[in-house]
Design a binder for this molecule. Structure first.
Ligand SMILES: Cc1c2[nH]c(c1CCC(=O)O)Cc1[nH]c(c(CCC(=O)O)c1C)Cc1[nH]c(c(CCC(=O)O)c1C)Cc1[nH]c(c(C)c1CCC(=O)O)C2
Length: 356
């Protein structure tokens, strides 16, 4: 797909090239805080039906762009489509989050797993990418994504999210070779899946390591970072102008920022528990940074939100290599007008940081 990209701020910032102002997009920008999202989801019948119907996934992807002057679209899908395609039986119980009918508990469960063929087994995702690219018509770039191998393993072993991950942690301590076997299969799956999204039209690729931060440092290096490194090394994502920037989001793992910058990723998503000034020092200008307003601050009033957005820019400082975002996804009760205030503040305040 080669239509002209009319707004390339996101891609330029991820490549640390100069821009006129800081680009902005928001994790979970298509989601329950928007009444129009809730209406489409109602029509679809379930969250999975929404993901699996490319026209509806496209519809909700476009909803935040119709409301707000955002610089990117993100594919509407979920990180758990890969384990679902591996046969674990994903469902989302109302108000409860994800559940797997068949979590991984034994070596035999893991040995049985195959790497899904993205076009055959996850064709609905690739179709959604193609439909969204057509609908965007080059207005802004489309971000594709996947979960990190470790984060996917957590859900697949526990059968759900949250908690203390005691089953997954017992497995890594008792049977490290078995855990590595699972992580290797998942890394192959993530690489194939992201490469297929790239071929279908995704213009930047993001890997969510939402649960990397629950690991002790030595375990993070062995069971998460090693596989993020393999993704950075092996993911086919084009060359030259067509090369899709890679963004890693290591939530809660800020002590590993120097090592993450060494992986060769283009950018790192930063949560709100570290300042962008410190993150910039730790990564030594080798990567772009994406973030990092505390998502809960969007419950404050618009004047306070504007001051907090100003603080994020002041902390990053001058020059290229910043993409504004929250430090994690926007939450369901945030008033859309508060997000509008944050985005307006980005448009108003950020040009000063890109002047000569
Ligand atoms: C851990 C994780 C998941 N999914 C995802 C992650 C990594 C990011 C993070 O750390 O939050 C990633 C994700 N999930 C979703 C997107 C869509 C794109 C976007 O707008 O950012 C993305 C990028 C849609 C979604 N994925 C989900 C929803 C809500 C579903 C609904 O409509 O009820 C959306 C919009 C469901 C989901 N999916 C997941 C959980 C834990 C939940 C339930 C919690 C919740 O409800 O927020 C797994």
């Amino acid at each position: 797909m080669t239509d002209t990209l009319l707004n390339d701020r996101l891609l330029r910032a991820l490549r640390r090239q100069p821009v006129d102002r800081t680009p902005v997009w928001i994790m979970r920008q298509a989601g329950r805080y928007l009444p129009e999202y809730r209406a489409t989801r109602e029509r679809a019948g379930s969250f999975m039906a929404l993901c699996q119907t490319p026209e509806l996934a496209c519809e909700v992807t476009m909803q935040p762009l119709a409301r707000f002057p955002l610089d990117a679209a993100i594919l509407f899908s979920d990180i758990l489509t890969i384990p679902d395609a591996m046969g674990l039986g994903l469902s989302f119980a109302e108000g409860e989050g994800p559940r797997f009918a068949r979590p991984l508990r034994t070596a035999a469960d893991i040995e049985r797993l195959g790497v899904p063929d993205p076009e055959r087994d996850l064709g609905y995702v690739m179709d959604a990418v193609r439909v969204i690219r057509r609908e965007l018509a080059g207005r802004v770039p489309l971000i594709g994504f996947a979960g990190s191998p470790w984060t996917l393993a957590c859900y697949m072993i526990e059968g759900k999210g949250g908690g203390d991950f005691r089953i997954a942690k017992a497995m890594l301590a008792e049977q490290p070779a078995l855990m590595h076997r699972l992580l290797d299969i998942l890394t192959d799956a993530v690489i194939a899946y992201l490469a297929a999204q790239y071929r279908a039209g995704a213009q930047a690729l993001m890997v969510f390591d939402s649960w990397g931060g629950v690991l002790a440092p030595a375990h993070f290096r062995e069971f998460s970072l090693r596989y993020l490194q393999r993704i950075a090394d092996e993911l086919p994502r084009g060359d030259g102008d067509q090369r899709a920037p890679l963004v890693l989001f290591p939530k809660g793992a800020n002590c590993h920022l120097p090592a993450l910058a060494d992986t060769g990723t283009d950018a790192i998503g930063i949560d709100w528990t570290i300042g962008l000034d410190q993150a910039r020092r730790l990564t030594g200008g080798r990567v772009a940074l994406q973030g990092n307003l505390d998502p809960t601050l969007l419950y404050a009033n618009p004047d306070a939100i504007r001051r907090e957005v100003a603080r994020v820019f002041a902390e990053f400082g001058h020059g290229p290599g910043h993409v504004f975002n929250l430090g994690h996804g926007i939450t369901p009760e945030v008033p859309p007008a508060h997000l509008a205030a944050a985005i307006a503040a980005v448009h108003e305040l950020s040009p000063a940081y890109h002047a000569d």
